[in-house]
Design a protein around this ligand. Sequence first.
Ligand code: TRP
Length: 374
Amino acid sequence: MSEKDFIVTPWEVRGEVDYDKLIREFGTQPLDETILRRVEKHTGTLHLLFRRKVFFSHRDFDWILDKYEAGERFALYTGRGPSGHTHLGHLVPWILTQHLQEKFGAELYFQMTDDEKFLHDPQLTLDKSVGFTYENALDVIACGFEKGKTFIFSDIHYAKTLYKMAVQVAKHITFSTVRAVFGFTESTNIGMIFFPSIQAVPCFLPSILKGKNIPVLIPAAIDQDSYWRGVAREVAPKLGFYKPAQLHSKFLPGLGKGGKMSASEPDTAIFTVDPPEEAAKKIMNAYTGGRATVEEQRKLGGQPDICPVYYYYHMLFEAEDTKLREIYVSCKSGNLLCGECKANLTRKVTSFLVEHQKKREKARDHLQDYILRD
Ligand code: TRP
């Protein structure tokens, strides 16, 4: 793999991602000013994840807005592969999803693919992945989703409903399609080969449960696009449903050099259950866009564009654009050094974690109100 190469699949993200290239390769649309102005009409001030192009691409979002403006409600769908604890990178799409739920009054269907994670990870037992479904659900609830409008389900525990729909999806999808879309091989286990039909089901679930066609919008990181492009959007018309629309986000970088935040590199990922002192240590050890020495940095300035610490402000921890700009400018000019910048971020992350962990514990008492069962 040369430096310019990168890989984005549902199970692997590697290299320096060229997001414009993904728009071309996946055949999606950029979230341009025209559509953002339209969103703004409904939400008031644009959410920072829109403003800062963290969500950068879509499919049929304009159609969702057409429907909404014509008085038709859409449902939201997103999900999580519960292979371990939630980290900050997972929260990015959830934060935007919560915002959309609030502004558009949409129901949310949240899929926990404990089956997928069990099938994919040779070490993970089924009990563990199902266990993480309910641990991760606490983080979802802590993001502020509305009770009565938010339906979280485990693939394993909600199988009776899902399976009936999944076989109808599966009948229309050949091995040669999923092999091409997901890169499956002769040695891929057959559970994984069937699984994409399970992830397609929630695109149609709101319509099934309500007994009428409901538009569905999926906010998710762009690595999940294969499911919608290769499976859900292909079968939708054959089964008599609307094609699901998508909003695609970029990845939150890990605290190391390059690459997205990943649970398989725990030293460079901040988990929502990390004790604040531990998160602080990880930030202090983070890779930055700083120079080798203080003198050099004063002279040449830092490099925020390649700095994960800067991206944490940009994507999550600095809501005010003017303040973010100040950080950028004073880093570039050599005024703001990495130590101080990390210490400031640590304060923000720490207070976020303390608050989130409180909400997360409180969510234990309400968990059952959010869980969809059959
Ligand atoms: N496959 C996803 C993962 O491993 C989980 C998932 C299921 C999902 N349905 C989704 C993610 C819809 C985003 C949107 O994380």
